[in-house]
Design a protein around this ligand. Structure first.
Ligand code: TXA
Ligand code: MG
Length: 314
């Protein structure tokens, strides 16, 4: 056990977060997608600490966070279509997988010849990364197999006593992990749907992205049971049964004690931002939760991906 400090979203808090990273510590920090659990990506011992704190069963590769596109281009060789995406969407909720340049801990890439890079847009992430001045490896700041945190309180609920600090930036505005794009031999491929809609990427590329499939584990961390609440989920439901709580969408507010609405008005961005907090607030062993159908477009692709994973295997 080590005391986990809650750092305020001010200059002193950012300085402290950067100093802890420089000393090889573990610091959770907000990004526009979800909270990340950061460590110096060049420091193997610090990166190993991430796996220990999360109790990750094996060494999945981690996303490396840097403050700018220019810095990112120093850590990987981005081929032309990915470069185009980097110019269009960084900073933002997009991670790009490309051949890695030397200097990062092998644990970060899990021995792969590629690295996932991300330039987050969140002002606190930006300031912390600039102040630290090095690459920060960060998976979502939750114990392995739990839903990603979108509040500092979620981080503490899972990792208090196992990490050095959390920089408290309030709620993450996007609420879903980044979209991950890599290269297959014949073009860019969507490895994980996420906070940046695939349609936006395709419009930028002027061509359809190859789609990942749920069955083929394309990003090694995309295990089907990755997002695992205790409750049993029933998806695409028309209405809750007698013994079920309800996660609604586009059907107005849900009465107190009956569940939660992701977005009473049917707004997919609002639904994405509320998804993980809704799952957390209703989750307990033995609970049954019915979930309204979410349209399979825009952010709905990523929301449905996370819901299918949460429901799998029950
Ligand atoms: O929004 C996000 O992406 C958050 C914030 C903190 O940035 N991070 C996040 O990290 O969701 P994590 O570890 O929970 O998910 C990273 C995913 C995993 O599925 C991993 O397998 C994949 O990225 N990944 C990392 N490096 C890869 C690589 N070289 N090739 C393929 N997939 C990779
Ligand atoms: Mg994760």
């Amino acid at each position: 056990m080590r005391p986990t400090r809650v750092l305020a979203a001010d200059a002193a808090g950012i300085d402290e977060a950067a100093d802890l990273l420089a000393a090889g510590g573990l610091v959770a920090f907000p990004t526009e997608t979800v909270y990340g659990l950061g460590a110096d990506a060049r420091n193997g011992k610090a990166v190993a600490g991430i796996f220990a704190a999360k109790e990750r069963p094996r060494f999945n590769p981690l996303i490396v966070h840097v403050p700018s596109r220019e810095v990112a281009l120093g850590w990987a060789d981005l081929p032309e279509p990915l470069l185009r995406l980097a110019y269009a969407f960084w900073p933002g909720p997009l991670s790009l997988v490309a051949p890695v340049r030397p200097g990062l801990s092998d644990l970060v890439t899990a021995g792969l010849p590629t690295v996932a890079l991300r330039v987050p847009e969140h002002p606190l992430a930006q300031q912390m990364l600039q102040r630290f001045g090095g690459p920060v490896a960060a998976p979502s700041a939750n114990p392995s197999g739990h839903v990603s945190p979108t509040l500092a309180a979620h981080v503490l609920a899972g990792l208090e006593g196992k990490i050095d600090a959390v920089l408290d930036g309030g709620a993450c505005p996007v609420g879903l992990e980044s979209t991950i794009v890599g290269m297959a031999h014949d073009g860019p491929v969507l490895l994980r749907p996420g906070g940046l809609p695939a349609e936006a990427l395709e419009a930028c590329l002027g061509a359809p992205l190859q789609r990942y499939s749920l069955e083929a584990i394309t990003a090694p961390g995309q295990l089907t049971r990755h997002y695992a609440p205790e409750a049993a989920l029933r998806l695409n439901a028309d209405a809750p049964r007698e013994d079920e709580l309800w996660i609604g969408f586009a059907d107005g507010p849900v009465a107190e004690g009956q569940g939660r609405s992701l977005s009473a008005s049917g707004d997919l961005s609002e639904a994405a931002a509320n998804l993980f907090a809704a799952l957390r607030s209703l989750d307990r062993p033995g609970a049954r939760i019915a979930v309204a159908a979410i349209p399979e477009r825009g952010l709905g692709l990523a929301i449905n991906d996370r819901l299918r994973r949460a429901a799998a295997g029950r």
